[in-house]
Design a protein around this ligand. Structure first.
Ligand code: 13P
Ligand code: SF4
Length: 348
């Protein structure tokens, strides 16, 4: 064993011991994109919807959230007021979640609401800050994730004729297209529309110009060359990929859906998977009887920031009675964001 392997092994054992010491006082939640060295310690793994439900149901005084900040914020909104959410690394920030802020959203909202006489609802992707979720909740809208976006789009369009979706233009466009809304009725908000939104007048769905850099670089050429290399492969991608990629793939779905498809396949099946590479590599390791390769070797830098050192430090801080990196939100933000999140959990 090298000295590095010895140190890694010791740290893993220390985390296990701390976890045991904390017992039912802590629930560790982990997103599927987390490093192996971290996810092995999670009490529950999930996609963003499952983790929201698990946070709402957790009864332990502490929830340690291994994921990105918007997910930990959601846990802090949905848990009980006396529960404490700890995020091991505060700087684990999803860049897409920072592509929309409340003042800019509010300006766009005012313009569109005036143009359509208030006949629109906002939907925010889970990948947004709590203050954006609060704005959406206060304006009658809801949160969605990649696994229930279609259901939430239908929920909104049953109530109003127009929908404003933030921040992921690709998930928004893919979801609207999958519902049969033609491309010509899907528009994209741009900052120059703050003075004149009229180019969007005939649209039914307006998407924000945000994107995920991990998925948006995956290209139709990646799909074509994967099919040449693996002619019998099923190509499955995350709906944060561009529509041209989703349209060429065999299926698209959330991280939990991707895992389900792989688990259900027969031995010998081949998958090319267009999502974050930690998950794809883990699936390949867990299914040695299947061929599983990434569509592109794309790592989410924010998700990778949570290391086993950071998890150990977080648990140590709880054992010491001085939890670090506690997620705190003001009461008004919690109330608004909770409305939007509860509408999601009730509608789906
Ligand atoms: P899932 O809800 O599919 O886990 O996606 C979260 C995410 O951030 C994907 O980039
Ligand atoms: Fe954000 Fe993309 Fe990372 Fe998901 S994969 S957390 S959307 S940067």
């Amino acid at each position: 064993m090298t000295s590095q392997e010895h140190a890694d092994h010791t740290r893993q054992a220390e985390i296990t011991a701390l976890r045991r010491q904390l017992g039912s006082r802590v629930t560790i939640l982990g997103h599927h994109y987390q490093r192996d060295e971290v996810i092995v310690h999670a009490d529950h793994r999930g996609d963003s919807l499952e983790l929201s439900r698990l946070a709402a149901e957790a009864t332990s005084p502490y929830i340690v959230f291994c994921g990105v900040y918007f997910m930990a914020e959601t846990a802090a909104v949905l848990c009980q007021p006396d529960q404490v959410v700890v995020q091991p690394v505060r700087e684990a920030l999803c860049p897409m979640a920072r592509m929309v802020d409340r003042p800019t959203l509010s300006e766009a909202w005012d313009q569109l609401a005036a143009m359509w006489d208030g006949d629109l609802l906002p939907i925010t992707y889970q990948n947004a800050t709590a203050e954006v979720k609060a704005f959406v909740g206060e304006h009658g809208g809801a949160v969605c994730t990649s696994s229930n976006a279609g259901a939430l789009f239908r929920w909104a369009l049953e109530r109003k004729s127009h929908l404003l979706f933030v921040p992921d233009q690709h998930l928004g466009t893919n979801t609207a297209l999958a519902m049969g809304i033609p491309l010509g009725r899907i528009g994209k908000w741009t900052l120059d529309m703050a003075d004149d939104p009229s180019p969007l007048r005939d649209k039914q769905v307006v998407v924000w110009p945000g994107f995920c850099y991990v998925h948006a670089v995956m290209s139709p050429d990646d799909v074509r060359s994967a099919r040449e290399r693996y002619p019998s492969a099923q190509v499955i991608v995350h709906p944060e990929c561009r529509k041209e990629v989703v349209q060429l793939a065999d299926s698209s779905g959330s991280t939990a859906a991707i895992i389900k498809w792989v688990n259900a396949a027969q031995a010998g099946a081949t998958f090319v998977i267009g999502t974050e590479v930690h998950l794809v590599r883990r699936l390949a390791q867990e299914h040695p009887d299947k061929t599983i390769v990434p569509l592109r070797d794309q790592q989410c830098e924010a998700m990778s920031r949570t290391t086993s050192e950071a998890l150990r430090a977080a648990l140590e801080s709880i054992v010491a009675g001085r939890p670090e990196h506690v997620v705190t939100l003001d009461a008004e933000t919690i109330a608004g964001a909770r409305l939007a999140l509860e509408r999601m959990l009730e509608a789906h």
